[in-house]
Structures are given as structure tokens and as C-alpha cells.
Write a protein that binds this ligand. Sequence first.
Ligand code: GLC
Length: 723
Amino acid sequence: MRNIHAILEQMSLSEKLAQMTQLWGEFPDGSPLMGLHYDFHSNRQLAESAGSILGFSGAQRTMEVQREYLACSDKKIPLMFMTDVIHGYRTIFPSPLALSCSWSPELVEETAAVAAKEASVSGLHVTFSPMADLVRDSRWGRVIESTGEDPFLNSLYTAAFVRGYQGNDISESDRLACCVKHFVGYGAAEGGRDYNTTQISEYQLRNFYLPPFQSAVNAGCKMVMAGFNSLNGIPCTANQWLFQDILRNEWHYNGLVITDCTAVYELVPHGYSIDNTEAARSSIKAGMDIEMVSTTFYDAKEELIRDGSISMELIDQAVERILNLKEELGLFDNPYKNADPELEKKYHLCKEHREAARRAVSQSVVLLKNEQESLPLKTSERIALIGPYSDNNRLLDIWKCEGKEEECNTLLKGMRDGGIDVLVSPPCTNCNLTCQAEVPDSLNCEYEAAIATAGSCDKIVLALGEPPEWSGESGSRAYITLPDIQLRLLDELHKLNKPIITVIFSGRPLELEQAAQKSQALLQVWFPGTEGGNGITDVLLAKSLPQGRLTMSFPRTVGQLPLYYNTLPTGRPQQTPEGCERFRTGYIDTPNTPLYPFGYGLTYTTFQYSDITLSRHSLNMSDVIHASVTVINTGKYSGCETVQMYIRDIAGSYCRPVKMLKSFRKIDLQPQESALVSFTITSDDLAYEIPGKGLLTEPGEFHVFIGPDSSTQNMAAFILTVD
Ligand code: GLC
């Protein structure tokens, strides 16, 4: 083990502050960000001693930069290369919100391991993933990067991502250190507007927003990134309660903390710091170790510590954590780690990785509707493939890393390769997916041809959706509808009275009520990634059976947002799920319930649940209860059912949610096959975080629900007594 202290003692303040600075490798088009240039080309002096580089990869390139850098570094402290590998590096998997619909932490771990393998041979050392933000508002474009609205499921996924990226030893080849983000509450941006204010009670933080981060920390993630947002009036980047009280003192986290991009500099426009030097002091005091892209730490130099508010000890602690991570990555011994141009050629987009991506697609798509057995398709059927996404390779969300759209297989290619007899009439060759062209009484583009094509076919597959740039960072929308011209096309096709299977490509839950009404089948495919066309076709043909379950509620209208299943009951709850009784919480113009609830998803078969059987109806703190159901496959296809168990605490020191997911089980059943599914409930499953008191279980009545999604009313009650 290298003597990090010895290195530290030899470093000047300027060298230390440079280590605490991360420069941009190359901003996409070289344009300034927040009005300032931050790439390492335009900061030559700082570039020669900056501790890490953002957004720069490639085996050859990173080796050259590392070599140049070390050549002019007398301390020989190696550079770290970091970037956002959030669902693949070159082989791109479905977006995280899609992957989360697999309800398979194992799948997520596998995709992260593949991503780490491809990224590490391209010279990367750290990825800014998992994104652990709990989301409830699909106006926010970054829901696509999340794993949804439930803290229990999100906690399983953050740990799975960490295991996949880091393995047991980040110095091993094919592994990355990872960074959980954005600590905390960024997903609650008011109005769903990116970067906006968040106001979150400690009760909500501790029971919904913090647990997925704690799960990532407990899984050993090496870095935590602060969110852009202000939280209850204090920007995360300068929030000592978050980073000192919670992260360091309560969770005993001793890894690195990094700001988000230019977030220190943004403390001034936040109205929190008077100038850049004050911003630098506030963020270092809060616990920021690395400043991403802005350079207020480095620019402040001795001014930083002149007033004594920042001690050299605090700076040394930050630098020590940075050097420790470089040591743990093995970079002092081998600054190139496993950057290798030959392995890049071998790993990137290799057959095994494409197969993994194809499997991930089929497990991530969610079947929302399927009537008149419109699906699965048969290769004997003649299918009209219509719509802007029919042969469009824009299947990657904006965080596509080194993924290339031209390497994606489109839906048309997938269907043709799958042996489907498909007639296609793609829209305008320059279709930008959101054609705002004036729509005359008949549709422009080549939709007339499409409609004619449909006339000679058995069924229509209609590929609609929003373009990738309408979601992701800075992709917030006030209207979450499909482009109007796409709805007009659906209307025209609906007049043909042929089965329409609508496939939705989107980065968020959209308003789909109209699309659902006019389609016999509805398949949500998100941004499916490199193997999109093949994976979707596997499901259309039942080569892979649909098994996805929503991890984020789909609203009937944007007016319902924020919308999530685990709400508090209120004093005037609606009496029935569809109820609209006056003087009870609700709208006069739409039900409270989502169009499609959390946990929902269809298969090609049907399942029946028995009532719940409890092993006992009361337990004390040391007992356990077994809650069981029998599930029968009552259809003619085999199917994978995700049996979900929710619990409600009927009364507590705080109002408790109407349901909280506590466990689930994926079971495969052949037609007419049944299975007994049993969940074990302990008093720990009934605990919740009480601000100021910690994690506690309170006696009283509890309801356990077991069913196919969060709207289930299949319930049994039990009592928890004090010993
Ligand atoms: C972005 C994002 C963050 C990302 C970082 C580096 O602004 O907020 O998620 O990791 O910058 O690209």
C-alpha cells in the first residue's frame, strides 16, 4: 500500500486544489457551459495538474493524455477518467427506467458488468451511475435515468448497479468505480422542471428519497454526487446536513464526494453564495471533495483558507480521499489500468453483449393492453408497419455514451429478420419524429401511402413516440402527449377497423389514454437501445414472453402529477378506486387513479390469485408471519408473473402510505400450472424512519396485499403486539 500521507505532505496548496478539480475532456461542441470554458484544452496550466477528466474516453486517447500528463507531473499522481456510463458504453442497453421494469436486479447487475467491461478497456475508471433519484413526475425529463417511484425497488437496483460495476475489487480489469447520484431529492424538482427547487420533509426524505442512496453506500459505491437542486432552501452542493450529518456521520461513508457539473459556480445564481470564493468555501465545508468542471476551488488559491473558515486539514482530507481512490483503482502502479485498443475491438458490440442487450429489451418492455389476441403476431400474418419509429434508429436516450444510432437495429429490421411478412410505409425520409408540419385534412408525409398499405394487411403495427431529446437532462415537458400528427395518424388508421398494435418509444410515462382507446394492443418499449428492434420483435412473436411491470405510474393526464402509488391516505380518501365522490380528495374531471398503476404489466396469458392465507393473525416483535397465495396460469401461454407483496400500516406516529412494496417473486407457470407463493413478514418489514427517533416498528393493525400490481385489493389483516 502506497504511503498517501507522504505524497500529501509534499504537495503545495495549488497542487492539492488541482487534484480537487475535474475538467471537461471535451464539451460536445466546444461551446462554453454556463458562459465559461472548462475543457482541459483551454486550461493548460490547470490541465497539467487537475485530478480527473470528465467525458473523455477511448483506449488510445486516454493513454496518450495520461502519458503526456505524467510526463510533466513531478509527483506522478495519475489522472482519473470518469463519465456517465449509465446503461452501457458501446453496446447500449434499455434506459434505466426500462431496465427497472424487468423487476430483475440480476439483469441490472449483468448489464452494469457488461458496461464496465466495455468502458474499462476504453480507459475509463469511474462511472456516474447509478442514478438513485426517486421520481413521481413524468414532466421531469430525467425520469428515464431513474428506476422509478418506489424506495424498496430502487434500493435493490442501486445495490445491483454497484455490484455490477465494481465487483469485489475495482482494481481488477473490466471493473469501474461507481458514483451514486444525485444526492438528494433532485427528482422532486417543483413542476417537474429540471434544476428547480425541492422542498422535501425529513419524513419523506428518510422513508422515500434517502434509502436507495444508503443502499448504494452499503453496497460499497466509491463516490456520491451532490444534486443541482436546493433542498429546503440550501443547495445540496453546500448542504452540511446532507453530507456531514447524514452521509458521513450517520452512514459512516468514507468515500469521495463530487459536485455536479459547474454546481459550485452555481451557488452564486442560487442566491446562496455572494461570489465564487464564498461558493468554494461553502461547498468544501459541506464536504465536496471534487469540483466538477467549474474551477472555483483552484482559482481561489490561498484566498480559500485566508479567513480560517477552511482549514488545510479539511483540504488534506479531501485530497487523501482522491489519492486513496486512485490507489484502490491501482492507478499508481498502472496508470493505464486496462485501457487496451485490441480488447476494445474484441469487447465492443460483441455477440455476447448484443445478446445480453436483446434479452434486456424483452424483459424491459411492458405490455399495457392486448385485446382480441392481437398479440402475439404470427409469421403467417401480413403486417403493415407504420409510423415514425417504424424504421428509425433513434433508439438511444441522450446518455448514450459511445453508443451509435447506426449500430441499432430498428423495429423494421427486427421484424424482417424475425420472419414477419411486413409491409412498411415509412413516413417522410426526413421525419424528425415530431413533424410539426401543418396537418391538412389528410395527413401529409407519406401517410396516405401508409394507410393504403394497411388496407391490404391483417394487422397494423404502429410505431409512435417522442424523440430522445424530449427527455433526459433538460428534457422537461409541460405537456406529456404524443405529437399531434401521430395521434392524427392513429385516428385515420382506426377508421380501417383493423387490429392496431401501437408500440410506444418514450423516455417517460406519456399520456396514452387516447392511444389505448384506439389500439387493440399497446406495448411500452421506452428507448430500447442497440438491440431494440430484435428485442421488441422477440416479444411480438412470443419468442420472449412479455414480463415487464411498470415501476412508474402512467397518468391519465399531466394534471394528476406528481402521481405515485405509495401516497398517504388523507382525511377524506375516495371510497373506491374509481370514486369521484364530492368532498373527498379527487378531481371533478378525472379519477385519482393512474391509467396504468405501479407494478402493472400484462403477459400473453392470464393468472388467477387465491385469497391470502396467513400463518397467524397476530405477532409480537420477534415473531414472523407467512403470507401465502396460490397463483394459477389460467391461459394458454406460459408466462412469468411478478407476484407483489405490499403492506399498509393502518395507524402510526406519522400517517403511513396506503401501500408500500415489501417483496416480490417472479414465477414462471405453464398453462394451468399453479404455484404456492409465500412471503415471510418480520417486524423489521413493518419499520419506518421516524425523524429524530430512527428506524422503529410501532404495534397496531397492518394489512398485507398480494397481487399482480399496486392496485390489488387482495388483502389480509394482522396485528403486531408489543412483546
Ligand atoms: C450532468 C448531470 C450528471 C452527470 C454530470 C456529468 O449535468 O447532472 O448526472 O453525471 O453532468 O456528465
